[in-house]
Design a protein around this ligand. Structure first.
Ligand SMILES: NC(=O)C1=CN([C@@H]2O[C@H](COP(=O)(O)OP(=O)(O)OC[C@H]3O[C@@H](n4cnc5c(N)ncnc54)[C@H](OP(=O)(O)O)[C@@H]3O)[C@@H](O)[C@H]2O)C=CC1
Ligand SMILES: CC(=O)[C@H](N)C(=O)O
Length: 262
């Protein structure tokens, strides 16, 4: 990854992805913008070329469609200029678990989880060969909070955070930086798409502030960046508590509290 390597951003036609595109263009990076809505991508790319003098390619793709996903994977495998992948495309799901149709659950997992792993998997071997590269995965604080009542959405985001932490450990020693970004409620169209008026939420971050904070974490090479978390020590304590359990998992016998049944 060079200072100005090309950045491929999924879900770049709106919201957080469009803000990443603008911020990376401002830093002088050429871009490959991916989403389904080609017209919106064209308008944004024209604006970024004009305002920042960068080169912008549009790659229309539905990353839940097998052929389209394969085309994005091919671009990531073959285009040596791409040094940063932003896995941002995602959506939420309306209703509670029992209201959600099996087809919608399948679609959400394909978008929020499968595509993220597949695209990281497509680019990683080339990055390993180069000894550099970065993967930014946009997750969510919802993945830390089953209490929020968004079980399937939260599960996809727990997957993204776990995948990112795992990849950071696996790929970090090979020169690749992997970052999980965990926004909380951010003012984008995502809310309207699931029938929620964003103005009714108690606290909402503006998308520019969110992406600037995420990029501050990127510049520090943080493995996990949580822009709304003011007390960073809370995340550190959570990691310490989790890691403290690990040595205890290797056991021949079940814990005492489970031994009374027979
Ligand atoms: N907004 C929020 O409060 C939060 C958002 N996030 C996460 O941030 C990420 C971006 O969301 P946000 O900007 O808010 O949402 P938006 O709805 O504003 O943008 C979503 C982007 O993803 C693209 N997209 C959706 N489905 C597909 C698909 N099947 N294939 C390709 N692209 C697709 C959309 O473009 P198009 O329709 O053109 O395909 C759009 O560019 C998501 O992963 C979301 O979960 C995390 C925490 C909070
Ligand atoms: C709850 C949501 O759907 C939102 N995308 C979030 O992750 O906070």
């Amino acid at each position: 990854m060079t200072e100005t390597s090309t950045v491929l951003i999924t879900g770049a036609s709106a919201g957080i992805g469009a803000a990443y595109a603008e911020r990376f263009a401002r830093r002088g990076h050429d871009l490959v913008l991916v989403a389904r809505n080609k017209a919106r991508l064209e308008v944004l790319s024209e604006q970024l070329r004009k305002e920042h003098g960068v080169s912008v390619d549009v790659l229309q793709a539905d990353v839940t469609n097998a052929d389209d996903l394969a085309a994005v994977e091919t671009r990531l495998r073959d285009d040596d200029r791409i040094g940063i992948l932003v896995n941002n495309a995602g959506a939420s799901l309306a209703g509670t678990f029992v209201d959600q149709a099996a087809s919608d659950i399948t679609q959400l997992i394909a978008l929020n989880a499968t595509a993220v792993a597949r695209l990281a998997g497509a680019v990683a071997p080339r990055f390993i060969k180069a000894g550099s590269g970065a993967i930014i995965n946009v997750s969510s604080v919802v993945g830390l909070a089953p209490e929020f009542g968004m079980s399937v959405y939260g599960a996809t985001k727990a997957f993204v955070t776990f995948l990112s932490q795992g990849l950071s450990l696996e790929l970090g020693p090979k020169g690749i930086y992997v970052q999980a970004v965990l926004p909380a409620a951010t003012r984008t169209e995502l809310w309207e798409l699931v029938g929620i008026d964003v103005n009714t939420l108690p606290a909402v971050m503006e998308v520019g502030e969110l992406v600037d904070a995420a990029l501050a974490g990127f510049d520090k090479r943080e493995p996990v960046t949580i822009p709304p978390l003011h007390d960073a020590a809370q995340w550190d304590a959570y990691q310490t508590a989790r890691q403290a359990m690990i040595p205890g998992f290797a056991q021949v016998h079940a814990a005492e509290r489970y031994r009374s049944a027979s």
